[in-house]
Design a binder for this molecule. Structure first.
Ligand code: ZN
Length: 63
């Protein structure tokens, strides 16, 4: 273990993972919802909507 490589996080500057499909995307191309609680970066609005639906389903299922 001589190399100082972070095991976690962003390997490159300005690149993020889509919170829904985990595809790596440039930060400049990421869709980031504004306002409310922070939920992450998304490769597109479709992934953001899918993520929101997933969250709502989880909230609806809470016991
Ligand atoms: Zn995505």
């Amino acid at each position: 273990m001589s190399q100082d490589r972070p095991a976690h996080g962003h390997g490159h500057h300005g690149r993020v993972e889509c919170a829904m499909c985990l595809k790596e995307i440039p930060l400049s191309a990421a869709f980031t919802p504004e306002g409310g609680d922070y939920v992450g970066h998304f490769c597109g609005h479709a992934c953001y909507e899918a993520f929101q639906r997933m969250r709502q389903d989880e909230e609806a299922n809470e016991d």
